[in-house]
Design a protein around this ligand. Sequence first.
Ligand code: GDP
Ligand code: MG
Length: 604
Amino acid sequence: MKIRNFCIIAHIDHGKSTLADRLLASTGAVTKREEREQTLDSMDLERERGITIKASSVSVIHHYAGEDYMLNFIDTPGHVDFHYEVSRALQACEGAILVVDSAQGVEAQTVANAYLAIESDLEMIPVINKIDLPGARPEEIALETEQVLGLPAEECIFTSAKTGAGIQELLDAICAKLPDPAPRKAGDEAPESDDQKTRALIFDAKYDDYRGVVVYFRLFGGKLKVGDKIRMMGTKRGFAVGELGKFKPKMTRQKEPMEAGEVGYMVASIKTLADVNIGDTITLDNDPAECALPGYQEPHPMVFCDFYPSGETQFDDLREAVTKLHINDASFTYQPTTSEALGSGFRCGFLGMLHMDIIQERLEREGNVSLVQTAPTVTYEIEQRDGVVFEITNPADLPDPSLIKEIREPMITAEIITPNKSIGDLMKLCDQRRGEYKKQQYLSETRQILDYELPLAETIYDFYDKLKSITSGYGTMDYQLNGFRRDNLVKMDILVNGTRVDALSVIVHRDKAEYRGRVLLKRLKQEIDRHLFEIPLQAAIGGKIIARETIKSVGKNVTAKCYGGDVTRKRKLLEKQKKGKERMKRVGTVDIPQEAFMAVLDTG
Ligand code: GDP
Ligand code: MG
């Protein structure tokens, strides 16, 4: 049987998952009864938020020109945080379907994903989707695709993943235009003898409560069958294949050996995800290949924050929740940490802000713990006067200022696609965030691509929201990390009732310190309830106080107001107080709620 391996890439919301569903339905892989929206988005959070977080792969059969074709395809996430998921999916494919919304046109992640596919030497089929929408402009968008990405407009296929229009044409084009599976990837310097050897690329893995680790692989050469003794070439670990199969889209066992070019899963009594390296090559223990397949780049966490137990949750509960979630999602990092103010917790690293939100939500939901989270920060590179250079992910770890020669911060190159009329306001925003203008280029008559270099720290929190509001939702952004750069950065400490709260320390630009300090204290004042005593709040650099506020004392119990009044109202108030307290930390004699730890993100 002929095989076609491809992934579906697009900007978020342009219809990848819906198109994937449509491909499943049109090839009869899912019966009418089983059909429900976003079959491939199986995680609860994915359905609720309507986004794809993990790439998932399926195999279906399509009949074309008198032959059966096995189509293995991978639906990928579009959000910028999950680029690494896309790039590893691409490694397993020869082709890519690039979906573009016919009402929205080319967006930032359309461009970014298309470049990833071009870099991986994939054959691309441009698909202009949602042609059923009243505002659809398929011909115009096809031209835009040609102009920006160099994909010929006449090769675009017009579809509606909703009505099914154009889907048969797309399935035929996949069979006709995408290449046969390549025996090995370009750039591989393996000896010729390796071509016949069994080599499979691990492009994903997930933890299943019943089967242990399920490894997703793409076989580039040789065969693989149940009972084979395998070896992971990177980790040098050995296993025996217990089960092989495909996603159709349910996990379906396969008795026959897997052949070169196929995509599938294997179960091999692997206990934790830590035993599997994504990007590693599987070979046969008794007839090993000499060289591993080119892997993919490890994802690097860019945003860090601490989680501390709160309410009834103990540190051990948190540890259990974190280790368990890590078995399922190995892309976040964690290590134990202690804060003078908050006690024992974990410092975790994420691929971006959305990723951080998702991990926090999954910990609380699946791990059943109550958390206090500190404000996210980036990694800083410190050079000391004695020449020692190291990275810190926590402002509290900064050495004494007298030892520091310079502090360097991570930079990004941002590519923003925006309507012409928002250009001025966007430039103002980038300038406020210490951005450096790079270039500007027309995408069409009404839209432009704007390039800026910006400090990552200035973009992690509300930058994207601001961009969206300036452009009335039409602006989109993609970014790449671009090394470290020195600037005039200092640590600002926060004192609550005279005590320095290490979890509130933040690294800021010296010129903005006073302003940020004032904004931060105002926010803290709103978030921290009045106590029986007066609470001074101070911001300091070194020993010098640069801003201060005071929370006045309160004499009475809050519920006193309701005395003699409506009983249910009083009960509700008590419940609300209790709920709030779950996500609260006592520092000295002051109760600080979760929201206060996020106050440092308020840019005013
Ligand atoms: P993804 O983020 O690229 O995976 O996009 P989704 O598949 O989740 O789709 C985003 C939204 O667009 C959903 O509300 C879909 O129902 C809708 N959608 C997808 N394809 C079509 C289409 O062809 N026509 C219309 N009208 N809506 C579509
Ligand atoms: Mg999706």
